[in-house]
Write a protein that binds this ligand. Structure first.
Ligand SMILES: [Ca+2]
Ligand SMILES: [Ca+2]
Length: 78
């Protein structure tokens, strides 16, 4: 069963996606995700950012092409 996102949620998610997607190529690479986590966590060394990036990609990158597309992010948000 899938729960479709309503218009508002899709727009919010798109904004979030665009924020992460720094070079606007429509997909999030590991470097961009790493930068996001560094922004959120700052210099908090309790977190291993490389490990977090790897585990997020494992969950999100459904077709394993090394990028997270908007569709992949959206399917995770459901
Ligand atoms: Ca990108
Ligand atoms: Ca992918």
């Amino acid at each position: 069963m899938t729960i479709p996102l309503n218009q508002n949620q899709t727009e919010e998610l798109q904004k979030f996606f665009d924020q992460i997607d720094q070079d606007n190529n429509g997909k999030i690479d590991k470097e961009e995700l790493k930068q996001l986590l560094e922004t959120i966590w700052g210099n908090n060394t309790d977190f291993d950012i490389n490990e977090a990036v790897a585990s997020i990609f494992k969950k999100c990158d459904l077709n394993e092409d090394g990028f997270i597309s908007f569709d992949e992010l959206a399917s995770l948000a459901k």
